[in-house]
Ligand binder design. Structure first.
Ligand code: TYD
Length: 134
């Protein structure tokens, strides 16, 4: 299972840093939605779902967190600790976000609008959907 990590180009000068993300240039899909998580309570795991169609890039723009990616046969953990790095999450990939630092802000760039019917929230159903069910 290949993890696709992005290192974005910071435009730094004496004033500080700036990262710009453009669809089809820095991000491999049309960005239809942006959302972010913050004030994540200690010990909680977010995500715990897969998407049928939607693709995402996750960027921890402040603080740090960990992303577990699971394709049904293999699992990998990706730490996100820099505001200029992102991880690509394909459709059909189970994801969990956890170990949020107190100051963490996790930005999500998504290829689709919010649509509950695109979610697979049941792990056994996910395994069946990727052909890894019992
Ligand atoms: P939820 O799907 O539980 O977050 P995650 O699985 O990523 O931890 O979403 C939390 C709430 O926010 C839920 O009531 C749905 C709502 N929501 C929206 O209204 N729009 C969105 O784009 C997202 C991602 C969530």
């Amino acid at each position: 299972m290949q993890i696709v990590k992005y290192v974005f180009q910071p435009h730094g000068d004496e004033r500080g840093q700036l990262v710009a993300l453009e669809e089809f240039k820095d991000i491999p899909f049309r960005i239809k939605r942006v959302y972010y998580m913050y004030d994540t309570a200690d010990g909680f795991v977010r995500g715990k779902h897969a998407h049928k169609k939607l693709e995402q890039i996750l960027v921890c723009i402040h603080g740090s967190c960990k992303i577990l990616l699971d394709n049904g046969t293999e699992k990998k953990i990706v730490p996100l600790e820099k505001p200029y790095e992102g991880v690509y999450v394909a459709s059909g990939m189970w994801r969990e976000m956890y170990d949020f630092s107190e100051d963490a802000v996790l930005l999500v760039l998504a290829s689709e609008l919010y649509d509950e019917s695109d979610y697979i929230r049941d792990y056994d159903e996910f395994l069946i959907s990727v052909g890894a069910g019992k």
